[in-house]
Write a protein that binds this ligand. Sequence first.
Ligand code: EPZ
Length: 430
Amino acid sequence: MDRYAIQGGEPLVGEVQIGGAKNASLAILAAAVMTDSKVNIENVPDVTDVNVLLKAMERIGVKVERPDRHTVVMDSSNIDSCVIDDEYIKRIRASYYLVGALLGKTRQAEVPLPGGCNIGVRAIDQHIKGFKALGAKVRIQHGCIIADADELRGNHVFFDKVSVGATINIMMAACLAVGKTIIENAAKEPHVVDLANFLNSMGANIKGAGTDVIRIKGVEKLHGTTYAVIPDQIEAGTFMLASAATHGDVMVRGVIPKHLESITAKLCEIGCHVTEYDDAVRVSAPEPLTSTQVKTLPYPGFPTDMQPQITVALGLAQGTSIVTEGIFENRFKYVEELIRMGASIKVEGNMAVITGVQKYTGASISAPDLRAGAALVIAALAAEGETIIEDTSFIERGYEAFEVKLRELGARIERISSDKDLTKFHLRFA
Ligand code: EPZ
């Protein structure tokens, strides 16, 4: 199992280029099976979750080509099964997008219940409610969601809870349903909008994505398209927080600054300087960080996927901060690891009370999930001394070349697979 070795204490300085959004890519790749024509998707990040989804789609007969590292060409004209039977697919949450996509296209789907990061219960009742509203029969059997319909009919779907996944799933199925669907209390995340734009580029008729009411008029079929995925809001936010926590000065390039506003606002509040450009943000932190309060909320609120990263930065801020997790109930597991690095944090329920410390110190820790893993890397970069982070495969699920991009900003980080690698790391940096 690979680990990261990190020698902390250097501010990150320089420029970093952000890749395509993982979560938008997962939805778009799944949606691409809905047409029999060729689909060309650009700016797809080369990360494990994406690659696992593509492999599962190949197994049901989708032809997948990668003309270059970030372009995927898909031909789904010869799908020979609607049963996704792949041990590994269970580990990614986005597998369930294939339910909406296949149900829309073929009126049937059988997909293992989703896994993904262990950050809470992660129910799917809203997905099921939406599919049923469109006329599908849905059951859970032998660990799979099985959905089928003689006909899908547009309907009014009112979500009891804002859910990114349920909004995406119902939007996909409704595209090829007969008649009009109205989704109320829809998620407004940038990747929901990106998926709607992608589907519209294939001939779908979706209006209102990005607001809490989405209106979809079903069409008979979808055609091929060429589409570029939006930049990854969370990868960008992670580098912004890494600059803040290390008192660095980083130009984060290739982003949509509007998507980063809630993060930018918090960074300004805690004493960072943030300058927005057309497609870049520059974050520097010349002064000590100061405390604040953060609550994670659906977009445009502060993203839950940035909660561990801001907690790490606030652990080094003067005063007492409070971070409240408003989306997932089990997203503070990494705090134990951070405490081993010297943080002073008390978690009570969905709230972390953080008393800022002067510095973290390096330790042997492990990444409990994707975003927490990235946050612990930030802590290690800011810390005095050496940190070894185990289970870095979690991080690779969603960050492409994370350690390479960090090294280009001056970080002393290496991926190591053996004691020999660690010795080399010591010779280079210790
Ligand atoms: C998506 O997960 C993202 N995953 C997550 O990113 C992200 O944290 C999350 O949205 C929130 O922004 C992908 O896009 C693949 P939800 P999703 O449905 O769709 C509850 C990352 O690190 N809920 O919006 O699973 C649920 O339990 C990952 O990249 C129900 O109660 O999130 C949670 O409390 C982690 N019933 C809340 O809603 C349902 O039917 C939001 O979940 C569905 C959800």
